[in-house]
Design a protein around this ligand. Sequence first.
Ligand SMILES: Nc1ncnc2c1ncn2[C@@H]1O[C@H](COP(=O)(O)OP(=O)(O)OP(=O)(O)O)[C@@H](O)[C@H]1O
Ligand SMILES: [Mg+2]
Length: 292
Amino acid sequence: MSNIPPTPLAPRPTVAPATEADAAPSPEADTDSPPVFETKQLSVSYGSALAVADINMYIRRGQITALIGPSGCGKSTLLRCFNRMNDLIPDARVEGTILYEGLDLYGDDVDPIEVRRRIGMVFQKPNPFPKSIYDNVAYGPRVLKMKVDRMDDLVEQALRRAALWDEVSGKLKKSAVALSGGQQQRLCIARAIAVQPDVILMDEPCSALDPIATARIEDLMVELKQDYTIVIVTHNMQQAARVSDITAFLTAAVNEATGERHGELVEFAKTATLFTAPADERTEAYITGRFG
Ligand SMILES: Nc1ncnc2c1ncn2[C@@H]1O[C@H](COP(=O)(O)OP(=O)(O)OP(=O)(O)O)[C@@H](O)[C@H]1O
Ligand SMILES: [Mg+2]
């Protein structure tokens, strides 16, 4: 694949800020760190049904961006665009543009497998493979035939980064499915980290976890953002407020002619601003619990 830069974790060139014409809904969300992703007029349909429409936003390096909004507004659909997971859904059609590091993520010469290595994903329900803890973490590097000096070191490092090492170091050959839900989710994060991604996408990663496990994952996200750019979908408003730097609020708009619903981006701003002084009354209604 020629189009995606070869060293995802190498120092980044400074990318010029978006021009006014490209600007996302709120200039509030603009900061100094360069955009990793920029979407322009991004829409996704499943068959003839429009799921999300005209999304113009960006994801900035080293930040946690939260996607919030009522069920069915297209958060997961939008998240899957960032690593081309929608390609795996036969009916899904992505229109518009997503730039990754300024390059067209959906360009003809871009390899979606490489995209998914660079842009990892953690799902709502922890999904460890029915293999040992060790083999779960080593799986990606092995499949991708990554050049690894010592797999043991790579596994240990990934488990340490995922704040799981202390709990599993003595039982690496034990089955991963015997771990608790919160441990399994941290294992999935370790598995994502093991292939040295650039970005980690998380779709409601804590929704199956208790408050203690949730707090651990939240701490972990804040720790990981030093090295990774993170996009998280959450229904937990406190979580978005606690961990994210930028929040995007989506909601379902109704097409008055057809009565069909599709998701659209209502507001995109610094998290502190969005939660304390939302610019749009729909955002305010949602975050105060009067809607959705
Ligand atoms: N695989 C699919 N095939 C067909 N339609 C889909 C598919 N996935 C999602 N949709 C539709 O796209 C719209 C957005 O769904 P999506 O799962 O992205 O919403 P969401 O905001 O993540 O919802 P939730 O908060 O419930 O997870 C919905 O109308 C849904 O029915
Ligand atoms: Mg979802």
